[in-house]
Design a protein around this ligand. Sequence first.
Ligand code: RB5
Length: 150
Amino acid sequence: MKIGISNDHAGTELKFEIKAYLESKGHTVVNYGTDSKESYDYPLAGKRIGLAVKNKEVDCGIAICGTGIGISLAANKVKGIRAACVSEPVSAKLTKMHNNANIICFGARIVGIETAKAIVDAWLETPFENQQRHLRRIAMISEIEEENQL
Ligand code: RB5
């Protein structure tokens, strides 16, 4: 798979660990985040991964900041993005099954490397449950985006 990854300064170290982990499993990982630990604004990192997924430069995205929250809020402002912030693998699995989340977010100050790997594995390995009720609800999310266009 071609997976995008993005991060602010708080997520730099974990980003490199997750990137290496995914590459060791044969994935191609495209880096949209900062490689520095100097302050880097999470809205920019969230926007970059959001646009990369929206424009289909990558199949899906991973976003890491201190909590995972700020970067998910920013990514979710990009049309068509369903970025889910999680801190354990059960939620990661369910957000793929039910919400078809196209970006998974977590916090480098919240989860350790083993939990982060388990989150990424659960999310990547779980298919979307392609059922009518999920499709309808996801379409309702898209309608909210349409209703709020200027
Ligand atoms: C940066 O200090 C921190 O605010 C950021 O990484 C993130 O946690 C925001 O939601």
